[in-house]
Write a protein that binds this ligand. Sequence first.
Ligand code: FAD
Length: 335
Amino acid sequence: HASPPNLNTKTKPSISLEFFPPKTKIGLNNLIKRIERLTIALQPIFITVTYSQLNSAKTLELIKLLTENSNFKNVNICCHLTCTNHSISLIDEALETCKKLGIKNILALRGDPIDIEDTNNNNNNGNIQFKYAVDLVRYIKQKYGDTFCIGVAAYPEGHYNNDYNPVTKNYTSSQNYGQDLIYLKEKLDAGASFIITQLFYNADKFLSFYNAYKEMIPDYKKYLMIPGIMPINNFMIFNRATKLAHVDIPKELIDRFPVDIRNDDDQVRNIGVNIMIEIIERIYNETNKEVNIFHFYTLNLEKSIAQIISNSSLLSQILEDSDDEDEDDEDEDED
Ligand code: FAD
């Protein structure tokens, strides 16, 4: 399997950063500056750009701007790509553009079907043929060989679809990772090299998923398991994100946010920073450093991530590295 350039050369813990394409031109310009600051300071192993099946052009536009900007010449970029309800020509267009722009990494996803029950249809109308992410992984491998290093998603608490009852249009409480792991293995066997997980706030659940993953995949060291970390910037958004992602918030974690401070973003963020550091350091230590790259769902925000990195004795090693590497760039930083 092709490896993302640089991924295996790091011995210290590292991070990756995820951004979504903003809607407006001003938003786009601001984001580029923000990514510039974050990549110079934090040396992410790669940055990823999310994809929306309703507006794929925005993803490709952001990626193009990043590849054209000389400040990003050493930054690895990973393009998310979803496949459900997509024609082959749409997929090809995205992959050809990525190839032309020199993008080496694709996060191959199914995407959320517009109507969840569509996944049960055969989708054999014309040239739509991607039902699951594994179909996209196979397609990329077959058509592009090792041009791209392919990543896939995993769900430490199980994917919520497993839990969906199309009759009641509700979720039951049986959601777990058991069946998902079988499908994850299928995606790795089809040619994926790295895994980014759904966000989670229950480190126990991640660790139990990771142990089950190792048991199922004896050669697991061939692949990179990158836990998805979503900093807590705002209590309401945190609550909503966990509901959307169908993930657990342990009671003792909620209790760390006294009710009277929940509207105070600064206080919420400070508590959240400590929580995320504890989760990251626990995973690093309890997996014997096997898990040493952490993927940040940035939500296009930078404050809490910068705080997490500088306050964590583990992750602040990254800053020592980047201080060395940045010595020549000081003039540029002053702009
Ligand atoms: P799959 O691996 O195809 O799994 C989907 C469901 O089908 C699961 O329930 C699985 O158990 C089941 N399944 C899989 N294979 C089979 C099979 N062979 N037979 C039967 N059932 C099967 N969405 C976006 O739209 N844009 C993004 O940029 C984006 N980025 C993401 C990044 C990360 C790190 C993660 C974790 C998710 C992201 N998503 C994104 C959301 C993702 O598209 C949804 O969660 C989607 O519902 C599942 O995608 P998947 O690739 O995991 O699908």
